[in-house]
Design a protein around this ligand. Structure first.
Ligand SMILES: *Cc1c(COP(=O)(O)O)cnc(C)c1O
Length: 466
């Protein structure tokens, strides 16, 4: 037996992990002292760790395992494709059947005239492609100075230099800097930043920052705006209903390109194929990854509208591409994932069954003394933890202290629920059943109770001074 199927005891694995494996977004010191949790199996919405615990995955991995774990069909498709053609590239006028079939399928599913797909290996890579695509578009149109991309504070667009620069997260910018030509405006986060305004007023105010920024820079300098229909990694920030229509109006008025980063919201997460459909957004480009393959293979891409594809093609060769653009195994697996999403009516399940069932229970969490607002779009949700709901107060402790403590209680109760600052977020596999939702909610309530008791004991239920 090899080391993966017949593995060492947990403590020894953890020691090797800490010694040799550099983890993304992890405090390495914590790893050395506490050891990482080792996940060994997955089936449906359930994970098993190396100690045999059964964990309900409230995050679908990293927002990606839309069809759930352990689907044999995808393994079979991968094995077949590896035997037939394990690899070939799509550079220099070559192609292969899986890339062709997947591009055609995505074009069929995507709304409007989003009919062209440029493949990448991940969401970050796809957003790097988008930076180059929109700048190239304006260059071919004879306006090379139109190259600034406007994005949002606390947005997340990946972790490459391009993706990290588009994202609006200061800690990421602090580690390695940013590329040039990216500007950030405020986020539509009413609970945290809306003050005395109504949600509707605040949504308009934040959208109009786009217009102010365009006018400040000069429209002849601005190439595009990028945003997630619902900010995911930023804390599942659901924008007020007034926000996207106003962003759309402004993009239309000034003729700038609109990029919807659908890496999380694509492929059923919001109860439609794409978040743009849920929010009435008409993007020129969509970024996709995660749910495209339900995480069974690394693959991402940009879905591009007719006009942008036509202009870029007019410019001749586009000097851009990845060795693994449209990788045949990843493409074949993604195609099988889309077949399952469609034929098993998983998006209808989200819209008609799982969302309404979870919504009632999720919103009822606001009865808990620690919980302020509860938001749920499709199957992506968040709750704001607060010491004083009426004032939408923050905690006096350093931001994230309470969220981290609550996440630790969830982990101890075999529920994976992440924290972003003092918000708790979920994004379970789309196939979650009502019975599993009951378990998720029970474990969430227990964790909130335990967290509340420990915060109380430590005198941490204190609001920050205004
Ligand atoms: C995860 C994510 C990305 C980055 O995707 P990777 O595959 O991790 O590179 C980009 N945009 C959004 C909205 C994401 O959630």
């Amino acid at each position: 037996m090899n080391m993966i199927t017949n593995h060492l005891p947990t403590a020894e694995l953890q020691a090797l992990d800490a010694a040799h494996h550099m983890h993304p977004f992890t405090d390495a010191n914590g790893l050395a002292t506490k050891g990482a949790r080792i996940i060994t199996r997955g089936k449906g919405v359930w994970l098993t760790d190396s100690e045999g615990n059964r964990i309900i995955d409230g995050m679908a991995g990293l927002w990606c395992v839309n069809i759930g774990y352990g689907r044999k069909e995808l393994a079979e498709v991968a094995a077949r494709q590896m035997e037939e053609l394990a690899y070939y590239n799509t550079f220099f006028q070559t192609t292969h059947v899986p890339a062709i079939a997947l591009a055609a399928k995505i074009a069929e599913l995507a709304p409007g005239d989003l009919n062209h797909v440029f493949f990448a290996g991940s969401g970050s890579e796809a957003n790097d492609t988008n930076i180059r695509l929109v700048r190239r578009y304006w260059q071919v149109k004879g306006m090379p100075e139109k190259r600034v991309i406007i994005a949002r504070k606390n947005g997340y667009h990946g972790s490459t230099m391009g993706g990290g620069s588009l994202g609006g997260m200061a800690p990421i910018h602090a580690h390695g800097g940013m590329i040039d030509g990216i500007e950030h405006i405020g986020q539509p986060y009413w609970w945290g930043e809306g003050g005395d305004m109504t949600e509707a007023e605040f949504g308009l105010l934040r959208a109009r920052e786009l217009e102010d920024k365009i006018l400040e820079l000069g429209v002849d300098k601005v190439a595009a705006f990028i945003g997630e229909p619902v900010q995911g990694a930023g804390g599942v920030i659901v924008p007020p209903a007034t926000y996207w229509p106003e962003i759309q109006r402004i993009c239309d008025k000034y003729g700038i390109l609109l990029i919807a980063d659908e890496v999380i919201t694509g492929f059923g997460r919001t109860g439609n194929w794409f978040g743009s459909q849920t929010f009435g957004i008409r993007p020129h480009i969509m970024t996709i990854a995660k749910g495209l393959s339900s995480g069974y293979q690394p693959i991402g891409g940009s879905i591009v509208c007719d006009e942008v594809a036509r202009v870029v093609a007019e410019g001749g060769e586009f000097f851009h591409g990845y060795t693994y653009s449209g990788h045949p195994v990843a493409a074949a697996v993604a195609l099988e994932n889309l077949r399952i999403l469609q034929e098993e009516h998983i998006i209808e399940h989200v819209r008609d069954v799982a969302h309404p069932y979870l919504r009632e229970r999720w919103e009822a969490l606001t009865e808990h003394p620690l919980v302020g607002e509860a938001k749920l779009v499709g199957l992506m949700g968040s709750i704001a933890l607060t010491p004083d709901k009426a004032k939408r107060a923050k905690f006096a402790s350093e931001a994230g202290t309470v969220g981290f403590r609550t996440r630790e209680r969830c982990f101890a109760n075999n529920l994976i629920m992440r924290h972003v600052g003092d918000r708790m977020i979920i994004s379970p596999p789309l196939v979650i059943t009502p019975a599993e939702i009951d378990i998720l909610i029970e474990r969430a309530k227990t964790s909130l109770d335990e967290s509340y008791a420990s915060l109380k004991a430590d005198g941490l239920l204190v609001a920050k001074a205004e």
